[in-house]
Design a binder for this molecule. Structure first.
Ligand code: DX5
Ligand code: ZN
Length: 221
């Protein structure tokens, strides 16, 4: 099943509740929450208090993308704030294996992310500990960038490695995904689609419906 995870980073921060309700009612299955620490990435977004207060707006899956150094420090806090998926960057964890095990132990779904320049082999050994691989299709830190073409090859490669290992992994892509290019990511093997500007940059409900319709048509093929 193909899942849409609209990124709140591109939403109107004055009206987060309405923005969430719009994509929820239009059928988006996840809400993507970008947490940035101003250190691992050169930007600061929002953290636990905001996520906790948004939890009551929706029953949709909270897909938390930690662009934070040593995110192991925040696993239990994020769990308490209502996170469902906790995705960490392989580049940001000194002990990636241990971090992924701790996320699982906390009862969260486990995601592992790769920056554009990080090769797929970086996570080969720990794939069995994860539910989802997030392949960054832009350099993390900011919304509204253009996707980097070579990341499509990495989507194919991660899908191939997972197939070889017999793992039915979710593969998420994040950054610069639009209605125009999303099919290329789906064809490469991605099944969880993050999109910020392409949803919240206009009528969020209508854009959500457009993505979901495209997914439905893709799945029928
Ligand atoms: C970038 C974030 C993304 C971002 C995507 O660092 O991880 O989730 O919000 O936004 P768009 O779709 O506008 O590239
Ligand atoms: Zn993200």
């Amino acid at each position: 099943m193909i899942i849409l995870s609209p990124s709140l980073l591109a939403a109107d921060f004055k009206h987060l509740e309405q923005e969430i309700r719009a994509v929820d009612q239009a059928g988006a299955q996840y809400i993507h929450l970008d947490v940035m620490d101003g250190d691992f990435v050169p930007n600061i977004s929002f953290g636990m208090p905001v996520i906790q207060s948004l939890r009551s707006c929706t029953g949709r899956v909270f897909d938390v993308h930690m662009m934070v150094r040593e995110p192991i420090r925040y696993i239990s806090d994020m769990k308490q704030c209502g996170a469902d998926i906790f995705t960490v960057h392989a580049e940001a964890c000194a002990h990636l294996d241990y971090t992924l095990r701790e996320i699982r132990r906390a009862g969260l779904k486990v995601g592992v992310a790769l920056n554009p320049s990080t090769p797929a082999v970086m996570i080969r050994e720990v794939l069995g500990l994860a539910d989802m691989v997030l392949i960054m299709t832009v350099n993390p830190g900011f919304g509204g960038q253009e996707m980097i073409g070579y990341t499509l090859d990495k989507v194919r490669e991660v899908r191939r490695i997972c197939d070889q290992k017999g793992l039915s992994m979710d593969i998420q892509v994040d950054g610069g995904v639009t209605l125009q290019n999303v099919t290329r990511f789906l064809e490469a093997g991605a099944n969880v689609i993050v999109t910020g500007s392409a949803v919240f940059g206009g009528d969020a409900a209508a854009n959500t419906a457009r993505f979901l319709k495209l997914f439905e048509e893709f799945e029928k093929k």
